[in-house]
Design a binder for this molecule. Structure first.
Ligand SMILES: *Cc1c(COP(=O)(O)O)cnc(C)c1O
Length: 235
């Protein structure tokens, strides 16, 4: 495990591939999603030139504005990773190719209805909460398991997998355990017949090596790519 653990410290010392953009080397099977919240579009273009094809935003407004400004970049996949209020759900359906943060049944049903109306089929991840964290939404796994039969009936959503956010303050062992736990739930549900749950979106700049070791298929990296948000020229 030792190899990959110094993610955050390593970031600063690995050579930038363009000015102020870092692209961590990941196993081929892991999709690198650049979390571009608070990052200006010029720096996003640099990331694109460096090979990034997946950008994630956590506010619908910002997603809308950036998608518009970068509409010439045709092969970008846009991800929504923030808490989604139902009054923003239609915009999210119009703008996002992936929605990582579907955290309750009514939201899933709303998105399904809007997707039908908009003629879109967003790829959807169900956000799971594995540790108590008052700041984070998400299904408790047992609760999600009870709702899977209903969720797979929502034919205008392309259900792809699960997402989680590790809460602040866990040590490496606890973080690893949390990511492994999501891996175990996925395997359990796949074996129950929910074979579409193949994606595991877990791991951020501070913990992605642990997430990859635990089976992540997508990591969501902001600061590891763009540097600290608080010092970035955009914020
Ligand atoms: C901001 C954010 C990230 C990226 O965080 P970094 O620490 O910058 O890598 C990942 N996932 C979600 C849900 C976020 O809101």
């Amino acid at each position: 495990m030792g190899l990959m653990l110094e993610s955050t410290q390593d970031v600063g010392s690995s050579p930038p591939i363009s000015p102020q953009i870092y692209a961590p080397l990941l196993p081929e099977a892991v999709r690198l999603i650049a979390v571009s919240k608070q990052v200006d579009v010029e720096r996003m273009r640099l990331a694109y030139q460096a090979g990034i094809r997946d950008f994630a935003e956590n506010r619908v407004q910002e997603l809308q504005s950036k998608r518009k400004q970068l509409e010439d970049l045709k092969d970008v996949n846009w991800h929504f990773i923030g808490r989604l209020q139902s009054n923003k759900a239609r915009k999210a359906v119009q703008l996002a190719d992936w929605i990582h943060s579907v955290d309750h049944l009514e939201l899933a049903q709303t998105l399904d209805r809007l997707a039908e109306e908009e003629g879109r089929t967003p790829q959807v991840l169900l956000q799971v909460k594995l540790a108590e964290d008052p700041n984070k939404g998400g299904w408790l796994p047992e609760d999600l398991e009870n709702h899977l039969p209903e969720l797979v009936q929502l034919t205008h959503l392309d259900l792809r997998g699960l997402m989680t956010i590790a809460p602040w303050g866990l040590d490496e062992a606890q973080t690893t355990e949390l990511f492994q736990s999501l891996s175990h739930w996925t395997k359990r549900w796949q074996s129950q017949g929910y074979r579409q749950l193949t994606e595991l979106s877990m791991g951020m700049s501070g913990d992605y090596p642990l997430a990859i070791l635990a089976g992540a298929t997508m990591v969501r990296l902001g600061q590891a790519i763009f540097g600290s948000r608080t010092c970035s020229p955009a914020s």
